[in-house]
Ligand binder design. Structure first.
Ligand code: MN
Length: 261
């Protein structure tokens, strides 16, 4: 299978190359990601603006890599429509530094890039870490590769936009794998006002407000040391896909417990 790997943390981010190491074992891997970090870009695309693509050295053997001057969604669109038209069987976005839980999915560049794969009828997965520092990417990388294998075997079939969030634990330390729905985890915007020589400006940062960690949600899963698999968007992905995912969960848990890393 041919796999497109993208992200929103940028072509140099460690999470991207950690999952590249595993995906290159599953299929022909193409990496196309923003040249700079574009976290929070959501699904935005650079309409009517030039987008430059530069082939760059791959950090894993056997993959091709491209830095794209636009957004995460631009990167996915250019790769899908121009670099390898009609050739991708899977789009993976991540592994993101920081989680994309609950309402994050509506602003996340990681999910926004995967969304482009989904809109082009390619099975697509967004993968994010429930951690910002001292990140162990191995469980996320292994999980993405295992899901890719299940897509290749036909155990999982599209349409598919799967949002994966992973606790910061080694593969053999996770407490399980859970098929979830998005929580109502929300943010409050914190806006700071400052001045410089050109005048007044605003900076938007975000404070987490953990609203709802009900069992069965993505937030509950990662807070309890479990890998969260959330099919998005709920109204498009049917119960059939929920059932497919639940069927592979025991196998994922067993494979992660015994993963060679
Ligand atoms: Mn990011």
């Amino acid at each position: 299978m041919r796999i497109l790997l993208t992200n929103d943390d940028g072509i140099g981010s460690p999470g991207l190359w950690a999952v590249a190491e595993e995906l290159v074992k599953v299929g022909d891997l193409v990496v196309a990601a923003p040249g700079e970090e574009r976290s929070g870009a959501g699904t935005s695309i650079s309409l009517r603006k030039p987008i430059w693509v530069q082939e760059v050295p791959s950090k894993v053997d056997g993959a091709q890599a491209y830095a794209v001057s636009g957004t995460p969604a631009d990167s996915a669109i250019i790769a899908i429509s121009c670099l390898f038209p009609g050739e991708f069987d899977l789009v993976v976005s991540g592994v993101n530094r920081g989680s994309n839980l609950g309402h994050d999915v509506y602003v996340s560049g990681t999910v926004g890039a995967a969304m482009q794969g989904f809109l082009h009828n390619i099975p697509s997965i967004a993968v994010s870490m429930y951690a910002y520092v001292d990140i162990d990417y191995r469980t996320a990388a292994q999980t993405a590769a295992l899901i890719a294998s299940h897509i290749e075997s036909g155990a999982l079939e599209g349409p598919m936009l799967l949002n994966v969030n992973v606790p910061n634990l080694a593969p053999n330390q996770i407490h399980g794998v859970e098929v979830t729905r998005i929580s109502r985890k929300n943010y409050c915007d914190r806006i700071e006002k400052d001045y410089d020589a050109s005048g007044e400006y605003y900076v938007i940062t975000r404070n987490e407000e953990l609203e709802d960690a009900a069992p069965g949600t993505d937030l509950w899963a990662v807070e309890n040391g479990r890998v969260s698999l959330t099919p998005l968007p709920d109204q498009v992905v049917s119960d059939r896909f929920f059932n497919q995912l639940n069927r592979i969960v025991p196998e994922l848990e067993a494979a992660l417990r015994t993963a060679v890393v």
